[in-house]
Ligand binder design. Structure first.
Ligand SMILES: Nc1nc2c(ncn2[C@@H]2O[C@H](COP(=O)(O)OP(=O)(O)OP(=O)(O)O)[C@@H](O)[C@H]2O)c(=O)[nH]1
Ligand SMILES: [Mg+2]
Length: 440
């Protein structure tokens, strides 16, 4: 007989003290535990019952609601129970000590409940990542992206591509099985070429997405850039509403990149202050300038700053950059409508700058429609799959045999399968679930 699986338990709600604490249990011992710990015995499935929770010596742990959810229709797919206690440390400890005293019961590892849900087919790997993202979500945009992913819309797209590749493989197999029939290869490679062409185009479109999904999940990168002393650090501080960067009248004050995390237009934004751009004499400043240029290049959006003590030309600014002319309190000057005139000293013009930032971020975040790629793991798997699809197409065009063509199609399908967690997943499971919190 197979060894009995451990039953796991954990505090599933936030750290104490809290109004209510939820202790969660999953595994084969759940029925026995409920019969013993719930004073009124095992409750009817999925009905919450109020009563006392008792330890082995029949001492009261606490009173509260208890729920029993039999597998396979539970979160983990196993028998599961939840105890709603008062959220104090003593009650929680007493409950967990009591549970762990049962045979084969132990505290859960991080993400272990969701890992069991995956292993029992309740969630695929991409949906499980959606659970983690939903717990981490701070903005509505992140939440709706995570809910989409948890609901399976991303998995459906990936599975759809995999199905197309399996179809191509079946067609190729057919041509291997009938090598003598003159017309068999043509009959099958025609549709295969079409299928692979469509697949390559779809994968390419998905990958070439300006990484909008990752930006919504991890934050958009905005860089403040311009010559020394223009007031870049002062602008960062005012937008961040705190003195995050050092401000001084000495040109070349900022060397390292100073980054603050903000929420603008419902999006997470990493706003970076950078070293003033000039031909630097000393090596440290030169390194600062190099980093500034690198960050500006990697940014999703740039704020170009000029002021009366710098050249007023916005030469080098891109069409998408926000151009601001700072220190307007010092000098009245005429500028085109596309330039935002402001003063980091008085705060004048900042509402216009914040409005412009909101508008650009809204445009960036809505430039693609769901489902969006949300993680590097997905992007890498899709890129590898695309590589193999292209390789298969090329081999087909060169007139290579179906066995050779089919090998690349198989590798592409395998990559998509592993992405969703259908095959060959052991090595990535640890990576996916280790970032979860205990009790999830
Ligand atoms: N009058 C006035 N002074 C400003 C304004 N913004 C910044 N300053 C001053 O200009 C000087 C330079 O400001 P910083 O914010 O350090 O400029 P920076 O662009 O970060 O300079 P570097 O880090 O050297 O590249 C400081 O003395 C600020 O107090 C403004 O709007 N009006
Ligand atoms: Mg500075």
């Amino acid at each position: 007989m197979a060894e009995q699986r451990d039953t796991i338990c954990a505090l599933a709600s936030g750290p104490p003290p809290s109004a209510i604490a939820i202790v969660r249990i999953s595994g084969p011992m759940v029925r026995e535990i409920c019969e013993s710990v719930f004073e009124a015995g095992l409750p009817a499935p999925r009905r919450s019952v109020f009563g006392r929770f008792l330890d082995v010596s029949r001492e009261t742990i606490d009173e509260g609601l208890g729920v029993f959810m039999p597998g396979p229709h539970s979160y983990t797919g196993e028998d599961t129970a939840e105890l709603y206690l008062h959220g104090g440390a003593a009650a929680i400890d007493h409950a967990l000590d009591t549970l762990c005293a049962f045979e084969n019961v132990r505290l859960a590892e991080p993400g272990e409940f969701t890992r069991r849900a995956f292993e029992n087919g309740r969630l695929d790997l991409v949906e499980a990542e959606g659970v983690a993202d939903l717990i981490d979500a701070e903005t509505r945009a992140q939440k709706s992206l995570a809910l989409d992913q948890l609901g399976g819309s991303l998995s459906q797209v990936y599975d759809g591509w995999r199905a197309g590749l399996l179809e191509a493989m079946a067609l190729l197999e057919a041509s291997i099985d009938f090598p003598d029939e003159e017309d068999a290869p043509d009959e099958s490679t025609g549709p295969v070429a079409g299928l692979l062409g469509r697949m390559a185009a779809e994968l390419e479109t998905a990958i070439d997405d300006d990484e909008v999904g990752e930006r919504i999940r991890d934050g958009f990168r905005v860089a403040i850039i311009g010559p020394p002393n223009a007031g870049k650090s002062s602008i960062l501080n005012r937008l961040a509403r705190r003195e995050a960067a050092i401000v001084s009248d000495i040109p070349g004050t900022t060397r390292d990149i100073v980054e603050v995390r903000l929420k603008i237009a419902g999006q997470v934004v990493w706003l970076a202050d950078t070293a003033g751009l000039r031909e630097a004499d000393d090596a440290i400043e030169a390194e600062g300038v190099r980093r500034a240029l690198e960050r500006a290049k990697a940014a999703d959006l740039r704020i170009q700053v000029r002021s009366p003590d710098t050249s007023s030309s916005f030469e080098g600014a891109g069409a998408e950059d926000i151009c601001v002319y700072n220190k307007a309190d010092l000098e009245k000057s005429e500028h085109g409508a596309e330039i935002i005139v402001l003063s980091a000293e008085t705060g004048a013009g900042f509402s216009v700058l914040e409005e412009a930032l909101s508008e650009r971020l809204t445009k960036l975040s809505s430039s693609r429609t769901a489902p969006l790629i949300t993680r590097r793991r997905h992007r890498e798997a899709l890129s590898t799959a695309l590589f193999h699809v292209k390789q298969a197409r090329a081999n087909l065009e060169r007139g290579f045999g179906a066995e050779i063509v089919s090998e690349d199609v198989r590798l592409a399908a395998q990559k998509l399968g592993a992405l969703v967690g259908r095959i060959d997943v052991e090595d990535i499971l640890g990576e996916v679930f280790s970032s979860f919190c205990i009790g999830k």
